[in-house]
Design a protein around this ligand. Structure first.
Ligand SMILES: Cc1cc2nc3c(=O)[nH]c(=O)nc-3n(C[C@H](O)[C@H](O)[C@H](O)COP(=O)(O)O)c2cc1C
Length: 203
């Protein structure tokens, strides 16, 4: 890759499934030659609710050292990949809360022209992964983003099966090799498109 590309991966995860996809996306982007920032958004759920699930408590502890997303991570990035669990068919409120702080950047046109793509998890197979991904895309349209979905652009997509964005059914356990491979591919493709755009813009 000739153009250097900055990638921010901004995610929310309660129990680690989205985090696992985010890490795979980081691997894919780095392998494609990009500089990568992995960023979580702030947890907003009260501690007594978190304490009702040991996996949630554990995941928060395990990811305590992941930096929290800020506006600088959006400004810096050529590619932003968002990851979220499904919440009643929509993105998690924690991720939405972060996105809804971005008005000043949007107003200055600083979110336009970047490459955006997203990935999601749900507990059940038809539990709303696609509606969640499409809901995130609504915001990318408002930002003037360049949406780069994975489509069926790699053989891994035939196994993983979601052209809207990498997704995983968490009710069946942690993401396996197909989902992780799809996340790597999605990130790599986003980096390649961003590199081509950057190359075109410099001539
Ligand atoms: C409030 C709430 C709403 C949820 N809504 C859905 C849903 O609509 N469909 C579904 O399949 N799973 C739903 N889930 C399950 C989560 O999507 C699932 O636990 C998550 O994808 C796991 O990802 P994580 O390990 O990264 O937190 C919901 C969970 C919570 C707490």
């Amino acid at each position: 890759m000739s153009e250097s590309v900055n990638v921010s991966i901004i995610y929310y995860s309660s129990t680690g499934n989205v985090h696992a996809l985010a890490q795979a996306a980081m691997e894919g982007a780095e392998k494609a030659g990009a500089q990568v920032r992995l960023r979580k958004v702030v947890e907003t759920v009260p501690q007594d609710v978190i304490n009702t699930r040991q996996e949630w408590v554990q995941h928060l502890q395990d990811t305590a050292d992941v930096a929290v997303a800020g506006h600088d991570d959006l400004e810096w990035a050529d590619v932003v990949l968002f990851g979220t669990p499904t919440r009643f068919g929509n993105p998690a409120s924690q991720l939405r809360a972060f996105m809804e702080t971005t008005g000043p950047l949007w107003f200055q046109g600083k979110l336009a022209g970047k490459v955006y793509s997203a990935f999601a998890t749900s507990s059940s197979p038809h539990g709303g992964q696609e509606s969640t991904l499409l809901a995130l895309a609504n915001t990318f349209y408002h930002w003037g983003g360049i949406i780069v979905p994975p489509g069926y652009t790699d053989p891994v997509q035939a196994q993983q099966g979601n052209p809207y964005g990498t997704s995983h059914v968490a009710g069946g356990g942690a993401p396996g090799e197909a989902a992780l491979g799809a996340a790597r591919h999605q990130a790599r493709r986003a980096v390649e498109v961003a590199a081509a755009l950057k190359a075109g813009r410099t001539v």
